[in-house]
Ligand binder design. Structure first.
Ligand SMILES: [Zn+2]
Length: 247
């Protein structure tokens, strides 16, 4: 277990789902040399309602394998976001789960958020054969209903852009921005590269790095991620989110 006096590096892969299996493999290749299995996998049970994780499937077996190796498994929304282009095939259950926008857990009522957390958690825990380590909302966006549901579910660990906390205890576990990259526009890509350079040397106790599947399609982002892990990892110990609970 990392000592209290050391500085921690927490790395996470967002949007782990069958939809992005190839990209997730490339992210693993990129991150593992720096952090080994001290890596959080943020898993979407049914990305866009069209990439379900099916118990017994090859992807489910891989997910369990990652958990068996010691990687942390977080629930990351349920559908991640609405995509009306995929709605023709929606059954009634899925339609009930659908919501507009990028931040799936931003506008949900407490009861709807609780339903999604329960359904997602039960699916993922059935697949990995152990409790999930926590919940991270898509786009790190939490509405009142989401916060209420996480407290009721006694989720151990959550995070947003600026902090990590325990909904179960209400304790703040760490503060400081997460380093992440964006590629949707050239401007956002450039500004995320600049932000990574500035943030990776911040003297925070806990430095977080969060990567996304589309990052692997941009060589400049891949280089920035590797450099950030190398710089941050030079003075920090790769850790698990759950290490913060013991600290
Ligand atoms: Zn996401």
């Amino acid at each position: 277990m990392p000592s209290l006096h050391r500085r921690f590096l927490l790395a996470s892969i967002h949007d782990v789902s069958p939809r992005f299996e190839g990209e997730v493999d490339r992210l693993l290749d990129l991150l593992e040399p720096h952090v080994g299995d001290r890596l959080a996998m943020l898993v979407v049970p049914n990305h866009w309602g069209s990439s379900p994780i099916i118990p017994g499937s090859p992807f489910a077996t891989r997910l369990r394998g990652w958990a068996d190796r010691g990687m942390e498994i977080f629930l990351h929304g349920y559908f991640h976001r609405d995509d009306s282009g995929h709605s023709e095939a929606a059954d009634r259950l899925r339609a009930r789960f659908m919501t507009a926008g990028e931040g799936e857990f931003l506008g949900l009522s407490g009861s709807e958020a609780l339903t999604r957390v329960r359904e997602g958690r039960s699916l993922i825990e059935g697949v990995i054969g152990r409790p999930i380590d926590g919940f991270v909302a898509p786009a790190w966006l939490y509405g009142e209903g989401a916060l209420e549901a996480l407290g009721k579910s006694a989720i151990s660990i959550s995070e947003d852009h600026l902090r990590i906390w325990s909904p179960a205890s209400g304790r703040i576990l760490a503060r400081g921005p997460v380093i992440t990259w964006a590629s949707r526009t050239r401007l956002r890509l450039a500004s995320s590269l600049a932000a990574a350079v500035a943030l990776r040397r911040l003297p925070l106790r806990v430095l977080r790095v969060g990567v996304h599947p589309p990052d692997v399609h941009h060589p400049a982002l891949v280089r920035s991620i590797a450099e950030t892990l190398s710089v941050a990892g030079g003075s920090r110990e790769p850790a698990r989110y759950s290490d913060l609970l013991a600290a």
